[in-house]
Design a protein around this ligand. Structure first.
Ligand SMILES: Cc1cc2nc3c(=O)[nH]c(=O)nc-3n(C[C@H](O)[C@H](O)[C@H](O)COP(=O)(O)OP(=O)(O)OC[C@H]3O[C@@H](n4cnc5c(N)ncnc54)[C@H](O)[C@@H]3O)c2cc1C
Length: 491
């Protein structure tokens, strides 16, 4: 059969499943799926179809069809992904899940059941009606919650509650071959899907990777009581005369470490920011960033205390004690004050973060590691950054995570670069390539996400058979390799 005829036939079959208005091969509709803002690094490619199922049965039928004809399927949720994870490098079907927007709040069980089309903002709004809140990522609030939990996203309030991947309970998953898997308590009749485990951690099979094992169609996540009161503090650390460049960061690390050692955790939001990272959510324009330098310090520790009035009173006394202990090491701030409306709004549903796109192409490389290596990670990377002659600032954030075992901290290098300059892009690519090795030399717990190229560079350096087993599991679940091919494992 000719390719064009075959394509028309597949389109007709897809339209039979979801209805003609929800399956298309129109290039005008396909173009937005062919790239994301990381295109200079991740590349671009057109898909063949976009399909928008509404029900789990439709997802099953689409996957069975894709298997029969060996067509790649790329699940897409809110499609704000910025690291090329949904670029259809081998063409195929964009399985756009936005119409699957089921949402149920179960206040008695402090949980929500969500479909892949539910945004963080919508979940936060609905939960708020019951005096509850979800643990959302620091990402734009239009991002969908389920996909962020799948990617084990990082939340600003991770120091108190852990990050978004930790909030997952039971799941409903359509396997690549079309069967349905319910994970944990979701597999048990007569009860809610509110416990994660039965046997192996089945839910974990689908987390931390870009849709290569199946399509998650429902997920239960934890909710927490809304805080009665929110307070915040900010402490700045600036290089002093005669002090090495690393000095202020080391002082900030020691302060954050002491804050994190308290049990129960006293800080809810907590982050160490390079001054550029502090500036980018505050300033209006790229040109204003430089003038922000020195305003809060070279490094900033920003934190919050949240909860009942009694808890906040207790938390404030602990934080004030820590500030007193570190008083001479802190250069700016030091006061605990009522939380600003801006920060409150951002913690509920991040919006200001969209400003980042005004600053240039957003580069990020993220990983997990112990807090006490922050200075090594940053200054070793900075040396390489400077050697490569990259003129933009290299920024970094560190967000410790509950329960802070192993000083667990999320790290992210950030930069905003001019991607219209090919030389710049080449330098950024080179930096990434070097860092894939360098960070393992410095000792990290793992990469935040399996970025393109990470598998090839990381797996050979790991102890034991993890890489082989990972690949075998993928083959077992997806024998025809239809799910987002080429993303984790090289083709
Ligand atoms: C300015 C900015 C700031 C950000 N800050 C943060 C942050 O602080 N914390 C954070 O965690 N993230 C952050 N991000 C990243 C962002 O949150 C993620 O890109 C986003 O959560 C991915 O969700 P998505 O719905 O866009 O996923 P998509 O891009 O649609 O999908 C992501 C991956 O998951 C797969 N997938 C999607 N849905 C399913 C499904 N139902 N079943 C199986 N596989 C699926 C896709 O195939 C893809 O590989 C930020 C992004 C931006 C733009």
């Amino acid at each position: 059969m000719e390719a064009g005829v075959q394509k028309d036939r597949i389109l007709a079959l897809l339209q039979d499943i979801v209805g003609p208005e929800h399956a298309s091969a129109d290039p005008a509709l396909l173009i937005p799926y062919s790239r994301d803002q990381h295109w200079p690094i991740a590349g671009t490619h057109m898909p063949d179809y976009v399909v928008r199922p509404k029900t789990v049965e439709e997802v099953q039928k689409i996957l069975r069809l894709a298997n029969r004809y060996r067509i790649p399927v790329i699940p897409v949720s809110s499609n704000t992904n910025i690291r090329g994870l949904t670029i259809p490098h081998h063409g195929g079907i964009m399985l756009d899940l936005k119409r699957m927007d089921y949402l149920e709040i179960d206040p008695k069980n402090r949980a929500a059941i969500i479909g892949p089309g539910v945004s963080c903002a919508r979940l936060a709004d609905e939960a708020e009606k019951y005096g509850l809140r979800p643990i959302i990522p620091g990402a734009p609030s239009t991002v969908n919650m389920l996909s962020n939990c799948l990617l084990r996203g990082v939340s600003n309030i991770g120091p108190r509650y852990g990050h978004t991947g930790d909030q997952v309970l039971g799941m409903e998953v359509v396997l690549p071959t079309g069967e349905i898997l319910y994970t944990g308590a979701a597999a048990f009749p007569n009860v809610g899907p509110y416990f994660r485990y039965f046997g192996p951690d089945w839910a974990g099979l689908f987390q931390g990777q870009p849709g290569i094992m199946g399509v998650v169609t429902k997920m239960a996540v934890r909710l927490y009581p809304l805080p009665e009161r929110q307070e915040m503090f900010m402490c700045g650390f600036t290089q002093r005369p005669g002090e090495p460049e690393e000095g202020p960061l080391r002082r900030a690390m020691a302060f954050m470490h002491d804050l994190m050692l308290h049990d129960p955790p006293v800080i809810t939001f907590g982050v160490i920011l390079h001054w550029v990272a502090a500036a980018i959510t505050m300033v209006e324009k790229r040109e204003d960033i430089d003038s922000f330098k020195g305003t809060l310090g070279d490094w900033v520790v920003l934190g919050s205390i949240e909860g009942s009035r009694e808890f906040v009173k207790y938390g404030r006394s602990v934080v004030e004690k820590e500030i007193k202990k570190h008083w001479d090491n802190i250069d700016e701030g030091r006061e605990v004050v009522l939380m600003s409306k801006m920060l409150k709004d951002e913690l509920k549903a991040a919006r200001r973060i969209f400003r980042w796109f005004r600053l240039g192409n957003y580069y990020a490389l993220a990983w997990w590691g112990p807090l006490d290596r922050f200075d090594k990670y940053y200054f070793e990377a900075l040396k390489i950054w400077r050697e490569l002659g990259i003129t933009e600032e290299l920024s970094i954030v560190g967000i410790p995570a509950y329960p802070y075992v192993g000083q667990l901290t999320y790290y992210e290098f950030d930069s905003f670069w001019d991607s219209t300059d090919p030389q710049n892009t080449e330098k950024i690519k080179k930096f990434t390539e070097i860092m894939y090795q360098k960070m393992i030399d410095l000792g990290i717990y793992c990469w935040f996400r399996p970025y393109p190229g990470v598998y090839e560079s990381t797996i050979p350096r790991l102890k034991g058979c993890m890489g082989e087993l990972w690949y075998k599991v993928k083959k077992l679940l997806d024998p025809n390799n239809i799910m987002n091919p080429g993303k984790v494992f090289p083709e």
